[in-house]
Ligand binder design. Sequence first.
Ligand code: CO6
Length: 477
Amino acid sequence: MWRRSLLRAGMGSSRIAWRTDLQRAHRYFHSSRPLFVVKPFLLADIGEGIRECEIIQWFVQPGAKVQQFDNICEVQSDKASVEISSRYDGVIKKLYYDAGDMAIVGKPLVDIDMAEIPEDTSELGDVSAQQEQSKSEPAAAQETGSSQIRTSSIAEGMEAAAMNGSGNSGRHRSLATPAVRRIIRERSLDITKITGTGKDGRVLKEDVERYVEEPAEADKSSAVAAGRPRSAPTQSLEEETVPLTPMQNQMFKAMTRSLSIPHFLYADEAGIDRLVTLRNTINKNLAQSNDSIVKKISFMPFFIKAVSVALEEYPLINCRVDLTDESKPKLVTRPQHNIGIAMDTPAGLLVPNIKNVQQLNILEIAAELNRLQAAGSTGKLSAADLKGGTITLSNIGNVGGTYVAPVIVTSEVAIMGIGRSKVIPAFDDEGAVVPKTVVNFSWSADHRVVDGGTMARMACLVKKYCEEPELLISKLR
Ligand code: CO6
């Protein structure tokens, strides 16, 4: 999904440049081959200012023969996963990284020996053949003589990985199609721990699903890293060191950057009985309506709209801090209310945003929230869904917990936390005890640019719109 937008953002043009280069290299290759010998193949600039990428997996190992455009490895940056293909024909001499390492843009990825093309290629792992095989699914129809060579070289690759004791650091991970690998990555699983039941041990989608339901004992450590609950108590009392999942790596970097922001927390309680009544009325009607694509709404669309309407009065809370010139910090105002929603997905925390909330009504917000939730739960959020947020809401209420102190990202100046609503005893105007539905709203703001008074006033307005939703509705266009 990210790959598509990355291609649009620049990969496409760099591929074209490579191709022209290639054509030149190809001609040269045939006329003066001995001059090239071993050539380091550098990790090219993949755009968007990306300086390093994680090596997700290698498709080659030392000794493998490659041709131009054969895939060498798959890398993952902050924004996308990309398959890197060879610019040259030759034989891989050296891999500079293990899977899981961070590769630096502009530095060597592999060494390719362009002179060493053996006469009898059947002795080498043929990468193009391996890739062809791993792309075709199901693989049952591979019966030709050449496919036997492929099969053995793939088997060698897997054996080598096993001999390396290769978990994440293996040089050549187990077989799976790119689609299955993506599912594995999104769920932060380790492919080497999943028993593949496809041809030559290929990991199939159903193997992943079976594994998720009943993870093998050996994978307890990756379950720990991904923060999933353990299904059974472990016998081992030894400490383990496990790598961060790709999602944790991103979270680690984003939250480390957030440390540069001096946060303050402001919290209050809102009584939402009228909102509960309004929502019930709307949901009753939606359930009977054939017109609406939304069949039920949660409280979130109201909270989101309340924030957007309040932002009209407090645009500072929708700004970002521009530190391009650190000696002269600036504020960038943003007319769009692209409201980020912290989402608890199978892959971990993701924050897609609903664009231009200022132009949407409650049902339109609900429809977009449903779309993002469905995309989040199936690993289909796009780069566009994740980019461009201007403020975030983090509702922990569906998971549980009354209070939350959320953390701001560097492209925003505030975030709202929402706890689980509950019914408490309260006094009415006559002093009688009555049931009251309350929810805790908390706000973290960047104290470099937002003062407590401004945040409190904005928070009180959001609370008012949630306590008196008729007022919110009166503001809708
Ligand atoms: N109170 C009571 N009930 C709630 C609440 C609250 N706050 N929120 C949801 N729910 C109910 C909701 O009404 C649904 O119940 P029914 O109406 O009976 O169907 C049910 O929980 C499920 O709601 P759902 O989650 O499907 O929809 P909702 O629109 O409320 O929330 C979401 C969407 C994407 C926000 C949510 O699904 C989600 O992923 N929340 C977790 C967000 C998260 O992980 N935040 C932590 C980020 S890290 O902030 C952070 C500082 C740290 C802690």
